[in-house]
Write a protein that binds this ligand. Structure first.
Ligand SMILES: O=c1ccn([C@H]2C[C@H](O)[C@@H](COP(=O)(O)OP(=O)(O)OP(=O)(O)O)O2)c(=O)[nH]1
Ligand SMILES: [Mg+2]
Length: 160
């Protein structure tokens, strides 16, 4: 029997469309199951190889307290053109009221033209769990202990 997909939880997010947003669409989920909303560039910019730029989106948001928006790259742009988000996932704080910008970097070998209206990245709404420090003198023992950074082996599969 096919299972009925449970609806995604969804929260309303106040969004302000800045003057240069004129004529663009709000970030939107491309499919029902998409994790991120594709966000459009609100400006034209050419990225030379190695160059980076904080690309305008034309929107400002008031994310409800306890949530954040993560700015993630689009895999198609990364694979085909080497265009990615150097600070991925970019963090939009709930108390930020400035314009949402997407930092793009060109890791490709050719210049890349971002055109106004292009879908340049995706925005993922996520819940934030805050931590508080519990000061201790000793930590519990684990199998890993202080091993890290490749301590469990290299790229060869376990068992080989
Ligand atoms: O990709 C991004 C990353 C950040 N921001 C905005 C929203 C975020 O709330 C603010 C600060 O971002 P972050 O904390 O990552 O940068 P910072 O270097 O720590 O700056 P700040 O001292 O302002 O927190 O900048 C964006 O618009 N796009
Ligand atoms: Mg910060």
């Amino acid at each position: 029997m096919p299972s009925t997909p449970s609806p995604n939880p969804s929260i309303p997010i106040p969004v302000k469309r800045l003057p240069h947003f004129e004529g663009l669409e709000l970030p939107a989920y491309a499919t029902d199951g998409a994790a991120g909303m594709d966000v459009l560039a609100a400006e034209d910019v050419t990225l030379a190889p190695g160059a980076r730029h904080a690309v305008a989106t034309g929107i400002a948001v008031a994310i409800p307290h306890g949530f954040e928006i993560q700015v993630r790259p689009r895999s198609g742009l990364a694979l085909k053109h080497g265009i990615t988000v150097p600070n991925t996932p970019g963090t939009i704080d709930s108390d930020y009221r400035g314009e949402v910008k997407v930092i793009l970097i060109n890791h490709g070998v050719e210049a890349f033209d971002v055109r106004r209206g292009d879908r340049i990245a995706q925005l993922v709404v996520a819940q934030v769990t805050k931590g508080t420090w519990l000061k201790v003198d000793e930590l519990d023992e684990t199998q890993r202990g202080e091993g890290g950074f490749g301590s469990t082996g290299g790229v060869v599969a376990l068992g080989n």
